[in-house]
Design a protein around this ligand. Structure first.
Ligand SMILES: Cc1cc2nc3c(=O)[nH]c(=O)nc-3n(C[C@H](O)[C@H](O)[C@H](O)COP(=O)(O)OP(=O)(O)OC[C@H]3O[C@@H](n4cnc5c(N)ncnc54)[C@H](O)[C@@H]3O)c2cc1C
Length: 437
């Protein structure tokens, strides 16, 4: 019997250590270094200096870069344990980087480990896993995000080089990444799922220009964000800089996006718990009409609804992680659950964070608590890695795949036919029943 909701005591001790370490050692960095690229850009001197000793401690504890399986050179923790760990790390902006498992580097490392040649692994994966450099994954285009069939950024093989032309949009961390994984159309004569490839492009390659660094949300000035609007003009990269085979880009991307989405969801559980903690502390502390807010039934409903939604979401995330561990692949079943979790995430965040904000009154609306930053995550989580509609479509498609239309005029659950069939089957018993009347 494989159902088990308990964390083994040895791993629980490690989680307790992580919890204490993040709270005492990492969260102060969140409070001091608040620039958009601070946790992610290895060249930011202050944050890098503060993080260096913490990273060494994490490495000595054997908790560095836990997202990769043993076959890919990682710790092989598995997704369930990683999920529990990410719940803690998700509470802090710096913690994922201090533990070597921040997006988008995690997904990039995963596909480099899976599909990279030995030379690509040496040049890109090793320094990435060591936390020495940052990377970028660039797929979205200004005119197309959700539908890859609309992608137009092209790469043609000319002699020994791929020549890239086109634009990309919202490429997180492009500005300070050492290299970019760029999804390009290499064969426009076939459907995009067979005609796209991923190229490794060094950041300083001539012909790669950052038109603008775009910020998400209201916080930063125009041009100061971390999401690159990119233009490629006859940008040449060596022929061997292709990841996987020509035309294999979507297969490679799929194996990355699945992991990325579930890791976002794991960190979101941490953020939800943090919002609930704030909500409860406020409800117990703030008094109105002679009693704490927590004594009001309408407040209790907010707390109860939040607890229920968080617990349901958390169990779904952990179940999905368990499925990934079981199948060791992004099977249809796994993809359905990842899509379901991804689609559920913004709504749970919206409900829980809104209640927490609302219970804090004007303080909640101010920039003096972490709540408004959490609020910004609501729409972000509905868009990043694909909009909710597209994931719901995946869930529905997979659910419907296992069902069939009714064979005749009436549904298979139409009661008159079912009752007639059951009566024929139980005729003998029915006769006795009639005899008793
Ligand atoms: C914080 C953040 C970080 C990101 N980082 C990266 C990155 O590093 N690299 C990268 O390549 N991209 C990145 N993105 C971009 C992201 O992947 C895209 O925004 C996403 O895929 C949606 O594409 P779009 O923005 O073009 O929206 P669109 O495709 O224009 O969709 C807009 C809206 O149209 C509707 N819609 C779209 N398709 C359908 C459909 N099939 N059915 C019904 N309704 C639909 C939905 O309401 C959707 O929200 C990031 C985005 C965010 C917010």
């Amino acid at each position: 019997m494989a159902w088990d909701f308990e964390t083994d005591p040895e791993f629980q001790r490690r989680l307790d250590w992580i919890e204490r370490f993040v709270r005492e050692e990492v969260e102060p960095l969140d409070l001091v270094f608040r620039g958009p690229s601070d946790p992610f850009d290895p060249a930011r001197h202050g944050p890098a200096h503060a993080m260096a000793p913490l990273k060494r401690i994490v490495q000595a504890e054997g908790l560095w870069a836990c997202h990769l399986g043993e076959d890919l050179g990682g710790k092989g923790l598995g997704q369930v344990k990683l999920g529990l760990m990410n719940e803690v790390l998700g509470r802090s902006r710096f913690a994922p980087t201090v533990f070597g498992c921040q997006a988008p580097d995690t997904g990039n490392a995963e596909i480099l480990a899976r599909f990279g040649t030995p030379a690509q692994k040496k040049r890109y994966l090793e320094p990435l896993l060591a936390g020495e450099i940052a990377s970028c994954y660039s797929m979205t285009e200004p005119q197309a995000g959700s539908d890859p069939a609309e992608f137009t950024c092209r790469a043609e093989l000319v002699g020994d080089h791929w020549v890239i032309s086109g634009e990309k949009w919202f490429a997180s961390h492009a500005d300070f990444a050492r290299f970019l994984l760029v999804v390009v159309v290499t064969d426009p004569s076939v459907p995009i799922h067979q005609g796209a490839s991923i190229l490794l492009v060094d950041r300083d390659t001539p012909g790669l220009e950052i038109v603008r660094n775009v910020a998400s949300g209201l916080r930063e000035e125009i041009g100061r964000g971390v999401h690159g609007y990119l233009r490629f003009t006859d940008c040449r990269v060596p022929k061997e800089n292709i990841l996987g085979r020509p035309g294999q880009g979507f297969e490679v991307a799929q194996s990355r996006l699945g992991g990325g989405r579930i890791h976002h969801a794991m960190r979101t559980v941490g953020q939800l718990k943090r919002a609930l903690d704030m909500m409860c502390e406020r409800a117990l502390s703030r008094r109105t009409k002679g009693e704490p807010l927590a004594a009001k039934q309408l407040t209790q409903e907010k707390i109860a609804d939040s607890w229920i939604q968080i617990t349901q979401f958390r169990l779904h995330v952990l179940y999905t992680a368990w499925l990934i561990d079981k199948h060791q692949a992004y099977t249809r079943e796994v993809r359905r659950e990842i899509a379901a979790v991804k689609a559920a995430m913004p709504a749970v965040l919206r409900d829980v964070v809104y209640r927490a904000l609302h219970l804090h009154g004007s303080l909640g609306m101010s920039n003096e608590t972490p709540l408004m930053a959490l609020w910004q995550l609501v729409p972000e989580m509905g868009i990043v890695d694909g909009p909710t509609e597209v994931h719901k479509f995946t869930v529905a498609k997979e659910v419907l795949r296992e069902r069939e239309a009714a064979p005749g005029l009436w549904p298979t659950y139409h009661l008159p036919e079912r009752i007639a069939a059951a009566e024929r089957r139980l005729a003998a018993s029915l006769e006795l029943e009639v005899g008793n009347l």
